[in-house]
Design a protein around this ligand. Structure first.
Ligand SMILES: [Zn+2]
Length: 453
């Protein structure tokens, strides 16, 4: 009996070794294919330079839908289709911010209205600035001090976090709620210091939200440098701001999730890989999230090119409207629930096209252990971090249908320097880093396709 147990143990470990040897060969095949012939970088050039930024509801976004449909067909998808989604149609228009200095002249400051914000309808909105450093400090500020003022939040980006996504999550609340909190105390506009890891003067936009029944006052962002300078100035003198903007929410319009798949050879179950096709209306939406889109298409193309016999359906979803509504992700989760379609796993890339470091895992601890047991396979490709628990905004709604979720975790040191700015351009993306991200995503999808229960 003892001998039998021993034999079994030995043979199973040999089997395990053989299996992992085969997998490591497959990992190398995938890597060789993508690093030498991958097209993600060229596709990204095309998307960012020939279409550019693509806010939900814009003409450019419509072009991007057609572009993604075409690219999925060219990549070899068995089936490509559009899923209709109603998305918010927010419009920016001309906008400016001027600050009145001690000598009485108005100085222009770089600014961006926050996404979803209402503007000043092209009229000058002038008010005295009140500076606070945080939402907590603002909560303690008496209403009479706020009334009629323009409140500047000089909220610092928490630099102590090595993983900047943690800093962004921690700092993000001010952007979303500041306008509502200020309006509740009678303030007439809000200026926030951009959620930026840099100390430059680049303003970052991003979504804000109004609360029903509370006045919709304008909300804008300025660069960290301007915010710090104005805060210093306000300590010694009274300063005024003049905001003039035309942004407004113009109802909803039709858009689409763009979907393409390779049919499963053994099962009707689906593995989703995706990113979001929309972007903010500044820069080129290169890292956010053109990168995730082209990497996802590369995954599909690699399965096709290497003739990997996928057991499950491998489906790319180019989600609509992540930036200011998550309508695409919500609609997709709803549609699979209605169809009763089993989406066993989803992976999203939406934190930039930088060197991959790991995967965020949003699933049960048992399932996480399975992925962690593959760590040695991933190490040669620089992937070692399986500790994060965030997967992606577009796929999060799928959680309610029981889908296990993962997110590509790239190096995060540069992402929040350029996120949601004019600077998020193709030139900021490195070809090898982008392709390496696509490589490890393909490797993970391959493992999940083979072994997921
Ligand atoms: Zn994004």
């Amino acid at each position: 009996m003892k001998k039998l147990v021993l034999t079994l143990a030995v043979s199973s470990s040999i089997f395990g070794f053989a299996q992992s040897k085969q997998d490591s060969i497959k990992f190398k095949n995938i890597s060789d294919k993508i690093m030498t012939e991958g097209q993600a970088y060229d596709w990204l050039y095309d998307l960012t330079k020939n279409i550019g930024h693509r806010l939900s509801g814009s003409l450019a976004n419509e072009k991007a839908v057609k572009w993604a449909e075409q690219k999925l067909k060219e990549a070899g998808a068995d089936k490509v289709w559009l899923e209709r989604v109603m998305v918010p149609n927010w419009y920016r228009g001309d906008e400016s911010l001027h600050i009145k200095s001690a000598d009485g002249t108005w100085k222009n400051i770089k600014m961006l209205s926050l996404g979803n914000s209402e503007g000043t309808k092209g009229k000058d909105l002038i008010g005295e600035i009140l500076v606070v450093n945080s939402l907590e400090e603002f909560a303690k500020t008496p209403t009479e001090k706020v009334k009629g003022k323009i409140v500047l939040f000089n909220n610092e980006f928490p630099q102590e976090h090595i993983k900047t996504m943690h800093a962004y999550s921690q700092a993000g609340k001010v952007r979303r709620v500041a306008a509502t909190e200020v309006a509740k105390k009678g303030g007439k506009a809000v200026i926030i210091r951009s959620l930026s890891s840099a100390y430059d003067d680049v303003p970052h936009t991003g979504a804000m939200k109004y609360e029903d029944g509370i006045e919709k006052i304008p909300a804008i962002a300025i660069g960290p440098k301007s915010a710090m300078e104005l805060s210093e100035l306000a300590k010694t003198q009274q300063i005024s701001a003049k905001i003039n903007s035309n942004c407004s929410m113009k109802g909803v319009v039709r858009s689409y999730n763009v979907i393409g798949e390779i049919t499963g050879k053994e099962s009707k179950n689906v593995i989703v890989v995706g990113g979001h096709l929309d972007s903010w209306d500044v820069g080129e939406g290169a890292h956010d999230d053109g990168a995730g889109i082209v990497q996802s298409i590369e995954v599909l193309k690699t399965f096709k090119n290497l003739n990997i016999p996928n057991r499950n359906t491998i489906r790319v979803v180019c989600f609509a409207n992540e930036e200011n509504g998550v309508k695409g992700g919500t609609a997709y989760a709803k549609s699979i629930a209605e169809k009763g379609e089993k989406n066993i796993f989803a992976i999203e890339s939406d934190t930039g096209g930088f060197s991959p470091r790991g995967f965020g895992l949003d699933m049960s601890d048992d399932k996480k252990e399975i992925i962690k047991s593959w760590k040695t396979l991933f190490l040669p490709y620089g992937v070692y971090d399986f500790t994060e628990t965030y997967a992606g905004t577009d796929i999060t709604p799928m959680k309610s249908t029981g889908t296990d979720l993962a997110g590509l975790v790239p190096d995060s040191q540069r992402y929040f320097d350029i996120h949601h700015t004019e600077e998020d351009t193709f030139e900021k993306v490195n070809r090898r880093e982008l392709l390496l991200g696509a490589t490890v995503m393909t490797q993970l999808v391959y493992m999940v396709d083979q072994y997921w229960k």
